[in-house]
Design a protein around this ligand. Structure first.
Ligand SMILES: Cc1cc2nc3c(=O)[nH]c(=O)nc-3n(C[C@H](O)[C@H](O)[C@H](O)COP(=O)(O)OP(=O)(O)OC[C@H]3O[C@@H](n4cnc5c(N)ncnc54)[C@H](O)[C@@H]3O)c2cc1C
Length: 283
């Protein structure tokens, strides 16, 4: 199907994008890899698109006083190939490198992925594990939302119609990893688990574990985090913590890719894989 008719505007700055968004009541267009398919299916019928892909300064990966900032229009390819991220937080590169295919990675953006909040998207789990701050801008000014509060339901996030994601910021964690069971064709996650560990003198001081693909929206596996905290970092600790992973998730998906039982069975498997890789990176 072809889309309904729409006006196209190219924004030259964040302020310009917000003004055009407010004036048109339309939708922001970043990589178009989630929005355009929805428009072709007539599940989304915006009367105007505001293209933010080429706003100067809205893409790029920067380090600032020990914190990483990724601009909203940064593509998956830029994230996957970032030398800075490979050095300080390789989990983010490995996740982005396994999104979709080269075309998707060359056009799709971190801001679009987070705003769209597909239940099978990879970024949400990783941003939960990094305890990232999502920076928003609107005509009312800036706002910061924690990743743990941002994902609220199926394709539902804490983002108003006139708001825009401008960047994502987090403290990089080296001892972190992402493991996913992906759909063969699209590479979307059937189950994806991101784990980040804070380890001192062989003891896990704190752990954050994000889950995607399994339910309506990405969520933290707090029971696993609690089972790890204060324990010696070892294969036995990981095995024990991962065993019950996902038991608190009440709305596990069932679709043509995997049944509820299969997804439930895979959550501990991929939790263990992510934690084991994170342990290796802890050194
Ligand atoms: C074949 C295929 C395979 C894919 N495989 C994967 C995969 O393996 N893993 C995965 O995670 N994803 C996958 N995706 C999704 C892909 O990552 C998309 O790029 C991403 O979900 C959306 O990013 P986008 O930049 O294309 O956003 P768009 O499609 O342009 O926008 C999506 C939504 O976000 C809004 N939006 C965009 N930018 C902003 C912003 N800065 N602030 C506020 N709202 C904004 C738009 O208005 C729209 O509602 C796949 C997509 C396709 C087509």
């Amino acid at each position: 199907m072809i889309t309904t008719a729409f006006d196209y505007h190219r924004a030259t700055s964040v302020d310009d994008a917000l003004a055009k968004l407010a004036a048109s009541g339309g939708k922001l267009l970043a990589g178009g890899h989630s929005l355009v398919p929805l428009m072709k299916l007539r599940m989304s019928e915006p009367t105007a698109l505001i293209d933010i892909a080429r706003i100067p300064g809205l893409s790029g990966i920067r380090e600032n006083q020990g914190s990483i900032e990724i601009g909203a229009a940064t593509t998956h390819h830029q994230v996957a190939t970032s030398a800075l991220l490979a050095k300080v937080c390789p989990m983010v590169c490995e996740m982005a490198a396994d999104i979709g295919d080269p075309q998707v990675r060359n056009k799709g953006t971190i801001g679009g992925s987070l705003a769209h909040a597909d239940p099978a998207a990879d970024y949400p789990a990783v941003m939960l594990a990094l305890d990232a701050d999502i920076h928003l801008q609107s005509p009312r000014g800036p706002r910061v939302v924690k990743a743990s509060e941002f994902f609220q339901g199926l394709f539902t996030v804490d983002l108003a119609q006139d708001e825009m994601i401008v960047s994502v910021r987090f403290i990089p964690v080296k001892a972190a990893a992402y493991a996913k069971l992906h759909q063969r064709a699209s590479h979307f996650a059937i189950v994806g688990v991101a784990a980040a560990l804070d380890v001192s003198k062989g003891v896990i001081q704190s752990a954050r574990v994000g889950l995607t693909g399994a339910s309506s929206h990405a969520t933290r596996l707090t029971e696993v985090e609690q089972a790890l905290t204060g324990r010696a970092l070892s294969a036995e600790t990981i095995e024990a913590a991962a065993r019950g992973a996902g038991q608190s998730v009440t709305d596990v998906n069932a679709d043509l890719h995997a049944s509820e039982d299969y997804r439930r069975a895979m959550i501990p498997v991929f939790t263990k894989r992510a934690l084991t890789r994170a342990m290796e990176r802890a050194g």
